[in-house]
Design a binder for this molecule. Sequence first.
Ligand code: NAD
Length: 220
Amino acid sequence: MSQESGISTFRDSNGLWNNHDIMEVASPFGWQKNPELVLEFYNQRRKQLNEVHPNAAHHDLAKLEKYFEVHIITQNVDDLHERAGSTKVLHLHGELFKVRSQKNENLVYDWKKDLSIGDLAEDGAQLRPDIVWFGESVPNIMIASEITEQADIFVIIGTGMQVYPAAGLIHALKTDVPIYYIDPKPHPIGTANPLEIIGEKATFGVAKLVRKLIKNIESK
Ligand SMILES: NC(=O)c1ccc[n+]([C@@H]2O[C@H](COP(=O)([O-])OP(=O)(O)OC[C@H]3O[C@@H](n4cnc5c(N)ncnc54)[C@H](O)[C@@H]3O)[C@@H](O)[C@H]2O)c1
C-alpha cells in the first residue's frame, strides 16, 4: 500500500538496514543487545513518515466508505490510511507514531519526534517503539479475525503472504466470500474461496477494483 508513497516494503530491503540484519533492529533480542541502534532505526523511519503522503490507493479506499463498511487491517506501521481519511484502521504490527513503556504495553503515548535513551514512561520505564517485533505476539489478531469472519468481500493488497498470523486471516472467511488479491507479483494463495488476482501495483489495482465494486452495487 505504501510503496508508491516512497516507503519500501520489508523484503525489498533484503532483510538488511545499513548492513544490519533486520533482526538486530526489530526484535526483543536486538533491543536488549543495542537499544541505541534500535531507536536510531525507528527515529529514521519516523522522520521518513513525516515526509511522505498517502497515495491514490489510500485515498480510493477511504472514498469507498461512502458505499461500503470498510475495515482496513494492516501490517503497515505508517498512518497513511488514517491521513487519507479511512476511519476504521486496525494495525496488526503497531504504529510508528506511538511509543510505550517497555514494562507495560498498556502505557502508550503519541510520539512524532525522535525517541532517545532516557525518555521514560509514567511508570519510570524506558520508552520503546510501539511496534510488534519479530518473536512478539500480535495482540490485535483476535479482533482482525472477528472482522474477517463478518466480511462479505475480502481484499488483499501488497503482501508476500509469508508472515503469520496475518497471512492466515483468509481462513477465518466464510467460504463463499470473494477474495481480490492486488499485487504486481502475486504469491500463491491456498484457498477454496472465489479468488480474483489483480496483478497490478496498489494505485492502479485499487482504482480498478473500486470502480468494479461501485458499479456492482449501483446496478443492483
Ligand atoms: N511482515 C512484517 O512483520 C511487517 C511488519 C511491519 C510492516 N510490514 C509491511 O507490511 C507489508 C506487507 O508485509 P509482507 O511481510 O507481506 O512484505 P513483503 O515484502 O513480503 O511483501 C511485499 C509485497 O508487496 C508487493 N508490492 C510491492 N510494491 C507494490 C505496490 N506498489 N503495490 C502493491 N503491491 C506491491 C510485492 O510484490 C510483495 O508481494 C509490507 O509493506 C511490509 O513492509 C510488514
